[in-house]
Design a protein around this ligand. Structure first.
Ligand code: ATP
Length: 273
């Protein structure tokens, strides 16, 4: 019954594939992708190849899902785009990353952030000993009081449960609420591309739906969203487009509906419980 309700909820949430953004882009023929990664190859400091050849495109306002088995290169791809790999001395040895046409291949995390990319890291990494309110500004307070209030209002509208707990320590929130907080924190400065790594990792299945509902709401407000997730059920329902990674390469890609009836578990692109 719960599954049937979830199906209906997600069906309601699914957008018309010909979104206004896509139609406008098609009409002008000059679409600049929100994110474009071309031929990315990453080699770690110990010589291990993290990804061999990954290309992907995310259009403005689009939701893109990235699937792949353990070691496929999902996190390496996310960290290559965000610039966090470079803080560890790991380099992109081939390829290019662009955010709205701006080359950020060699950029530091604060530069990709300034270009509009915000990342929710694997395992959330909220600050347990800070309150919900303080977590939201822990990565850099917004300059004006008015701006800060507007940002708080925006994210608390998206996640009312966090508003109710804004004075509570983040360490006392449930796993699902901590993931909401990690997403909310990344949204404070209105990124143009939000990347969520392992969104439902370690969360009970019953906690997944509100997160996917929020993803749909976020994308409806403008930003593109990239979801890396092992739970394909909801991800395939809300995503517009999917990439399947395997052994550091894109093995398949296409509109989400292409994969909805495929058994990704059977072909090894997702892990079982
Ligand atoms: P998982 O779901 O297990 O996190 P993934 O698809 O995110 O898998 P990555 O973590 O990106 O895969 O790993 C891709 C490859 O890079 C793997 O072969 C992995 O062993 C290697 N790798 C990842 N991190 C490092 C690192 N810090 N140093 C060396 N090799 C690494």
């Amino acid at each position: 019954m719960a599954t049937a309700q979830n199906e209906m909820r997600c069906a309601e949430l699914r957008r018309d594939p010909a979104s206004p953004v896509d139609s406008a882009a098609a009409a002008t023929g000059h679409a600049i992708p929100a994110l474009r990664a071309s031929g990315l190859k990453v080699r770690y400091r110990n010589g291990a190849v993290g990804i061999e050849d990954v290309s992907l495109t995310v259009n403005p306002g689009q939701i893109v899902a990235l699937f792949g088995p353990n070691g496929a290169g999902k996190t390496t791809t996310v960290r290559a785009i965000s610039g966090f790999l470079r803080t560890e001395g790991t380099k992109i040895v081939n390829g290019r990353v662009e955010i709205f046409g701006k080359d950020v291949t060699a950029a530091e995390p604060h530069e990709t952030y300034a270009a509009g990319v915000a990342t929710v890291p694997e395992r959330r990494k909220v600050f347990s000993s800070l309150t919900v309110d303080d977590n939201l500004v822990a990565l850099g307070a917004l300059p004006g009081r008015g701006q800060r209030k507007a940002a708080y209002d925006r994210v608390y509208d998206l996640f009312p449960i966090l508003a109710e707990r804004r004075g509570q320590l983040a360490g006392r929130l449930s796993g699902g609420q901590q993931q909401m907080l990690a997403i909310a924190r990344s949204l404070m400065r209105q990124p143009r591309v939000l990347i969520i790594d392992e969104m439902t990792l370690g969360l009970h299945h019953s906690l997944h739906e509100p997160l996917f509902v929020a993803v749909r709401q976020i994308a409806a407000q403008g930003p593109s969203v990239v979801i890396v997730d092992e739970s394909t059920g909801f991800a395939l329902k809300v995503a517009d487009y999917c990439y399947l990674l395997g052994a550091g390469q894109v093995r398949d890609s296409g509109p989400a509906e292409k994969f909805r009836n495929n058994d990704l578990l059977a072909v090894g692109y997702v892990e079982g419980d």
